[in-house]
Design a protein around this ligand. Structure first.
Ligand code: 6PG
Length: 226
């Protein structure tokens, strides 16, 4: 894990935006497309808004989601709706290159459907992830077990509402050239300390050949320096 300390949440968003644009440029020049997995929650929204004002070869972007809440498609609390408002509705990514998780079908059928969507899309170029106060990431929560071979998993009794969700599994999230965690705010301090101690948090289980990077602000880091 590589930790990059940022002054505040804005700096996390700016650093994330720069890394994503750079990753997109490299992927498009090397392979003709950029396959990104977006994170849910509120932390990445500022980064998405910064991206929406930036220049990129949007026609070559392919967008997937790390997880989704089992809510109606137009529910404002859906990760896909929040990403659409902050970014996807503001840039010219072809609609058939944006792949929302059909979580409205229910966790199990949506997981089956998205497994077909994801198969053939990996390795991703960049996976964006957040960190929950309990150390979860995407919708992979402490104390939940999932079959290791599953590509996308249904999630029930999630401690963070809504209780029913769909999530890419650890190995799928790890199957990426680059993994970037965005962590900001005092509320994440204890999960970060646990992560740094080496506790077996779900976030710690996402690792790939490339070292994941954590962009973290001072409030979440809890100390004056790295
Ligand atoms: C979700 C996210 C979840 C999120 C973390 C952090 O559906 O809520 O997938 O994993 O990334 O809970 O959320 P915040 O960024 O809102 O703190």
């Amino acid at each position: 894990m590589s930790w990059t300390l940022c002054a505040n949440a804005d700096a996390v968003a700016q650093a994330a935006c720069a890394r994503i644009l750079h990753a997109a440029q490299l992927a498009i020049s090397d392979r003709g497309s950029f396959k990104i997995v977006l994170a849910g929650g509120t932390t990445p929204l500022l980064c998405y808004r910064l991206l929406s004002a930036a220049a990129s070869d949007w026609g070559k972007w392919h967008v997937y989601f790390g997880d989704e809440r089992c809510l109606p498609p137009s529910d404002s609390q859906r990760n896909s709706m929040q990403a659409a408002a902050a970014l996807l509705d503001r840039v010219a990514i072809p609609a058939d290159q944006v792949h929302p998780i059909p979580a409205e079908l229910g966790a199990a059928p949506a997981a089956r459907s998205y497994t077909a969507t994801i198969t053939g899309a990996t390795p991703f170029d960049l996976v964006l992830l957040g960190l929950g106060e309990d150390g979860h990431t995407a919708s992979l929560f402490p104390g939940h077990t999932h079959p290791e071979a599953a590509i996308v998993v249904p999630v029930y009794q999630a401690p963070k509402p809504p209780s029913e969700r769909v999530s890419l599994n650890f190995s799928t999230l790890s199957n990426s050239r680059q993994i970037l965690f965005l962590v900001a705010g005092e509320s994440k301090k204890s999960a970060v300390a646990s992560w740094r101690r080496g506790d077996p948090l779900p976030a710690a289980a996402v690792r790939s050949q490339a070292t994941p990077e954590v962009l973290i602000d001072r409030s979440a880091w809890g100390e004056r320096r790295l």
